[in-house]
Design a protein around this ligand. Structure first.
Ligand code: B4P
Length: 191
């Protein structure tokens, strides 16, 4: 199995690049953001709880997202590998993921970390907010709160995988195809 984490701040291009990478490499895409938005769209109790947190630009509880990831890994036994998009976002999520993958004997191969300046992130997310209908993209203070959450809680995830020399930094500004090509070069050298 080839298991990959696509990492980066909100708006860095994780979702955008994931769509292209799963087509090229036949990986199963696991996006916790997509899973949470699907719960919200179906108005489940979990979705209603998550919406309040997401609308403040904060992270949903580790317990909820780890549970979602665990059931998705269990439901996809015969895949070539997983592309984790937007997960793990805290040190506790990273430890939980490592344990889940250890049970499968298929650890994370690499974490590809997209680097984008804060002003570019805000610009991209405000632009997406004009059309996406996502309530967490329409308000600049919520976008900045998401970036603060990233610095406070999520950068620890990169520190965790750096200990195992699994992090590769990727320039996340430029055209979508240029960034895709940088990501593919890293993956091709490992797959
Ligand atoms: P996510 O759904 O993970 O999404 P995101 O961080 O908003 O953005 P992403 O990085 O995927 O978007 P992209 O750049 O592709 O999270 C949403 C919320 O869910 C979180 O705030 C949190 O509350 C909750 N959540 C999710 N996972 C969680 C977890 N594990 N634990 C706790 N809470 C969790 O796209 C951004 C825009 O940039 C798009 O419009 C795109 O077209 C554009 N773009 C992309 N690449 C570009 C480029 N090269 N140039 C110009 N524009 C580009």
């Amino acid at each position: 199995m080839f298991n990959l984490i696509l990492f980066g701040p909100p708006g860095s291009g994780k979702g955008t690049q994931s769509e292209k990478l799963i087509l090229r490499y036949g990986l199963k895409h696991l996006s916790t953001g997509d899973m949470l938005r699907s719960e919200i769209a179906r108005q489940t109790p979990l979705g209603m709880e998550a919406k309040k947190v997401m609308d403040r630009g904060e992270l949903v509880s580790d317990e909820i997202v780890i549970g979602m990831i665990r059931s998705n890994i269990d439901a996809n036994q015969q895949v070539r590998g997983f592309l984790f998009d937007g997960f793990p976002r805290t040190a506790a999520q990273a430890v939980a993921l490592d344990l889940l993958l250890e049970e499968k004997g298929a650890p994370i191969s690499v974490m590809l970390a997209l680097e984008v300046s804060e002003e570019e992130l805000v610009k991209r997310l405000m632009k997406r907010g004009e059309t996406s209908g996502r309530s967490d993209d329409t308000n600049e203070s919520v976008i900045r709160a998401r970036i603060t959450e990233y610095h406070n809680k999520t950068t620890a995830v990169a520190a965790h995988y750096e200990k195992f020399d699994k992090v590769r930094l990727i320039k996340g500004e430029g055209s979508i195809d240029e960034i895709f090509s940088l990501l593919c070069t890293e993956i091709d050298s490992r797959i």
